[in-house]
Design a protein around this ligand. Sequence first.
Ligand SMILES: Cc1cc2nc3c(=O)[nH]c(=O)nc-3n(C[C@H](O)[C@H](O)[C@H](O)COP(=O)(O)OP(=O)(O)OC[C@H]3O[C@@H](n4cnc5c(N)ncnc54)[C@H](O)[C@@H]3O)c2cc1C
Length: 474
Amino acid sequence: MSISSPSLINTPNGYIPASQRIPAMARPFVSDRALKTLDLVEKFVEEECIPADAVFRQQLGQSTAERFTNHPQIMEDLKAKARELGLWNMFLPKNHFENEGAGFSNLEYGLMAECLGRSETASEATNCSAPDTGNMEVFAKYGTEEQKRQWLDPLLKGQIRSAFLMTEPQVASSDATNIELSITRDGQYYVLNGQKWWSSGTGDTRAKVFLVMGKSDPSNPDTYKQQTVVAVPADTPGITIRRMLSVLGYDDAPHGHGHIFFNNVRVHKSNVILGEGRGFEVVQGRLGPGRIHHAMRSVGAAEKALEYFLARINDPRKKPFGKQLSEHGIMLERVARSRIEIDAARLSVLNAAIMIDQGSAKDARKEIAEVKVQVPAMLFDVVDRAIQAHGGGGVSQDFPLASMFAGARTMRIVDGPDEVHILQLGRNENKRGKVLLDKIAAQKQRTEELFKQYKMVQRDVLQLDRRSGNASRL
Ligand SMILES: Cc1cc2nc3c(=O)[nH]c(=O)nc-3n(C[C@H](O)[C@H](O)[C@H](O)COP(=O)(O)OP(=O)(O)OC[C@H]3O[C@@H](n4cnc5c(N)ncnc54)[C@H](O)[C@@H]3O)c2cc1C
């Protein structure tokens, strides 16, 4: 990989590496080692992964059976290259996982994830793809030594994949207290009955473990202690992956999103995660960092959409009404808006990452919720503008924009829909309402005192007192 490679050129003056494009606010928090790795990640993604995306797609095959069974060779080759370059497991933050990860902070990984988000293959190639990242964090944080040996070790090595099963078709799952899959105790075993859907990753035959959230104590008066998460080996008898779900027409193979039935599925009690009745804690611990990973990758995806947008409006073959698209002011306005929105979202995401690094995901709840809402909306708009500039081609398979658009749309639903985060943010912000009312009243009171002190009578700045037949005395 040479620096002069045409796959890297990103400005009229040549290549400005990712390490030199870090916002000023974030620079002091990025180590020299992370800067070097960031540039390596960028080169790996731009030169190796993006060109490999189409090959990966074709190697998957065509029929549903093929696409959810094949494991494209190009992915294994990319994984080998990534490991050689030391680009592996960068997502596990160093302040919480000293030994398991690559030793970077959330902020440092955030900058790398921006690069990964530009390619379909890059996240898996570097063992940084969802839902494994969140699941590895669960095992690393809450797993017993035996669970870590059985599941975390092969996940960290990229030998197996995993899934997190919470959502159910028959209930409003954005409120997880509604979850119904039953988990009952039978001696040394738990028995699971029910169904799950939108189980991402379950289409991949390498997904060997499902983290399943169910109801173990439905009569507990504390509705947040009724749930338990158990690690279920994917080959346990009684599990049926009935079908895969499409996302705006895309099957997202090979991982996909399964609709799964559990019929008297028995797992040993040692498979419980953290403890019976502690399912909510597990989910909360998992979703915080996961939400920000999506946001980090989305910033990179938006940057890629803008690159396609810019390339298209400067394509000399495309001149509607005698002018190149870049000469039509409306297009430049859309470019500028996209630039502003990406940069603003990027600052919010990096700020959330810094907040997590300096405390925990819990301390950064507000910032995480903000980016969970802000970033998908930004990505949606930026991709939408890029599609528009491409005309019919924009919604076709000839450009990556249509699938990016599908991804951007679903992000407003996954990990809790927009409304849930917006309501929470609104509620928390509104808690200040009463004290602010008092504060403003206190300031008015002080103003009145100052008027008295200066022997002045307070009057309205627009006071007119105009009466019929009289001119204003103002
Ligand atoms: C591509 C994709 C991948 C996914 N991957 C996974 C996965 O791996 N594992 C998993 O368990 N789940 C996964 N999901 C499921 C996802 O997390 C849920 O769809 C989401 O939490 C919403 O739950 P629901 O579908 O049951 O919708 P519901 O809970 O029925 O909500 C429907 C709608 O109601 C509205 N709403 C909800 N709450 C409020 C509120 N408080 N105020 C106002 N309006 C509200 C929102 O508009 C919401 O979209 C995935 C979903 C998609 C699309």
